[in-house]
Structures are given as structure tokens and as C-alpha cells.
Design a binder for this molecule. Structure first.
Ligand code: BJW
Length: 235
């Protein structure tokens, strides 16, 4: 039985039809991250930020957007029960859940949740949020925002994530460019304990590729199922 921690990023959802951030045609080639992914951007123009997330929330709920074989392989690994599996995803989509993964931390939040800045409630949310949409919990207007983690904000679940990284036997990093901290530093944290095997599975070498003991490059829908099949066939 291995303790496996799996970090995922936008690349795992690319073949499901969701854009990555830093690829040539990615989200940051169309909008400035300072405008839509910082608390300062939200304060300056909440309407623009809400419109950006409203569009992505609607896209996520389009029937064409479905988990792909990489999400499914990770869910299969957890269901098999032979290993302790934790997925730490930077993604705000719900494709891991839809594939069947249950032990999951959304460190950058969730697109299908809203948070009220007035009363602190976190609510399931599938509709558009307008600037004056009242909070269903406290009825006040102007405080609802996407439940996502912007630059300069503290990612979620960090205590549990670092505890699990410290105990891991195997660390996989899938579909992430290694540009954004603290996630980009997880591999160094794991290696600091000197016991876990570390593997990068990405379309191309990431920023931090040299920190991984093993590197496998190609589309997630192919390399992740192959890797999981190999793992499950080990004695
Ligand atoms: C495929 C594929 C296929 C394509 N198959 N692969 C200097 C040093 C250290 C830290 C910092 C620093 N300066 C600033 C910081 C902190 C900052 C940071 O990291 N900045 C960097 C730019 C340097 N980080 C933060 O602010 C974080 N908070 C924090 O540090 O808190 C501590 C703290 C707080 C306050 C005060 C002091 C300390 C918060 C980061 C929040 C990130 N938020 C976003 C947007 C919100 C969610 C959303 O709208 O979706 O999260 S940014 C965006 O980047 C999103 C992602 O989750 C995140 C990571 O992107 P990801 O997943 O890696 O995507 P890409 O596009 O970059 O890469 C995709 C990869 O897939 C590529 O490699 C492709 O090749 C590959 N790929 N197709 C397999 N088919």
C-alpha cells in the first residue's frame, strides 16, 4: 500500500475542452491575470471579473464538457482501494468529482461555489453572479464573489496538503506548468523528506521538470491511464 499524492493542473482538463492558462492559446493570452485573478482587479471592476467567471461557469456546465480518460484513471486508482490516494487540484472545475474521485482538495477553490464577503458563507452556485446578486444567507447585496483563490490570497487546505506531502511514498504532478506557488514548490517539499518517488506527467517539460525523478511527456489522456495501469500492475 502506497500513500500517493497527485497534484493536477489545467493540462489534465485540456482534452475535456477547458483552456489552460499559459499555453499559446491559453486564458492569459486573452485576458490580463491582474484584471481578473487578483483581489485588486475585483475591487477595481467587479462586473468584469464576474463576467469572466460567469462565462467559465456556464462553459463548465455545457454537456460537451466531460471528464476524460486521465480523470477517469485517477478515480479508478482510488476506487481500487490498494493505495491511499489524495488528489490536490489547482483546477476549479469539477471534472475529478464527475469522474468519481472523492479524496480531493481544491486548493484554488471551486467554480461551482460562491462566497459572501459580508457573512463568510460558502454556497453551491451554478448560476451567473451579478454585482448586486443578494447573498441567500444574509440577504446583503454586493458581497458575493466566486469561491476561487486569486494571486496574493492564501490557497485552501494547506495544512492538510503539507501533512500529506510529508507522508507520501509517491508524488505525481499532472498537467501543470509549475509557474504558480505554492503548488510549484510541492515537489521540492516532498523531495526534502527523501522517501517519495516523484513523477511529472505533462505535455512538455514544466518549469520545474528537473526536480522530478521521473518525467513522462505526452497528452494526459494517454500517459495518465498508461501510468496508472503500470502502477496497478506492480506487485
Ligand atoms: C497538458 C496538456 C495535455 C497542456 N496533457 N498536459 C515569487 C516566489 C514564490 C511565490 C510568489 C512569488 N511571487 C508571487 C508569488 C505568489 C503567487 C505566485 O505563485 N506567483 C507566480 C506568478 C510567481 N502565488 C499566489 O499568490 C498564491 N497564493 C499564495 O502564494 O499565498 C501565500 C501568500 C498569500 C498572501 C501573502 C503572502 C503569501 C495564489 C495563487 C492563485 C492562483 N490562481 C489561479 C486563478 C484562480 C483560479 C481560476 O480562475 O481558474 O489559479 S492562476 C492560474 O494558475 C489558476 C491555476 O490553478 C494556476 C496554475 O496553472 P496551471 O494549472 O499550472 O496551468 P498552466 O496553463 O500554467 O499549465 C498547464 C500545463 O498543462 C502546461 O505545462 C501544458 O504544457 C500542460 N498541458 N495540454 C497534459 N493535453
Amino acid at each position: 500500500m502506497k500513500r500517493i499524492v497527485i497534484l493536477t493542473g489545467a493540462g489534465i482538463s485540456k482534452e475535456s475542452g477547458l483552456d489552460t492558462f499559459r499555453d499559446k492559446d491559453g486564458i492569459w493570452s486573452k485576458v490580463r491575470l491582474e484584471d481578473v485573478a487578483t483581489p485588486e482587479g475585483f475591487e477595481a471592476d467587479p462586473k468584469r471579473v464576474q463576467a469572466f467567471y460567469n462565462a467559465r461557469r456556464r462553459q463548465l456546465q455545457d454537456p460537451s464538457i466531460r471528464p476524460n480518460s486521465a480523470h477517469e484513471a485517477l478515480a479508478h486508482l482510488e476506487r481500487q482501494g490498494g493505495h491511499e490516494v489524495l488528489i490536490v487540484t489547482q483546477n476549479i472545475d469539477d471534472l475529478h468529482e464527475r469522474a468519481g474521485s472523492r479524496n480531493l482538495i481544491h486548493m484554488h477553490g471551486e467554480m461551482l461555489k460562491a462566497r459572501c464577503l459580508m457573512c463568510g458563507s460558502v454556497l453551491a452556485w451554478a448560476e451567473d453572479i451579478e454585482v448586486h446578486t443578494p447573498c441567500p444567507a444574509c440577504a446583503r447585496e454586493g458581497g458575493l464573489r466566486p469561491h476561487v483563490v486569486w494571486f496574493g490570497e492564501m490557497p485552501l487546505g494547506m495544512d492538510r496538503i503539507y501533512a500529506e506531502l510529508s507522508r507520501a511514498d509517491l508524488f505525481l504532478s499532472i498537467g501543470t506548468s509549475g509557474n504558480v506557488y505554492p503548488a510549484a514548490g510541492f515537489v521540492a517539499h516532498v523531495r526534502g523528506f527523501g522517501r517519495a518517488h516523484t513523477v511529472e506527467l505533462n505535455l512538455e517539460p514544466s518549469e520545474g521538470a528537473s526536480h522530478f525523478a521521473e518525467r513522462i511527456h505526452g497528452p494526459a489522456s494517454r500517459i495518465v491511464p498508461d501510468f496508472i495501469a503500470r502502477l496497478l500492475s506492480e506487485p
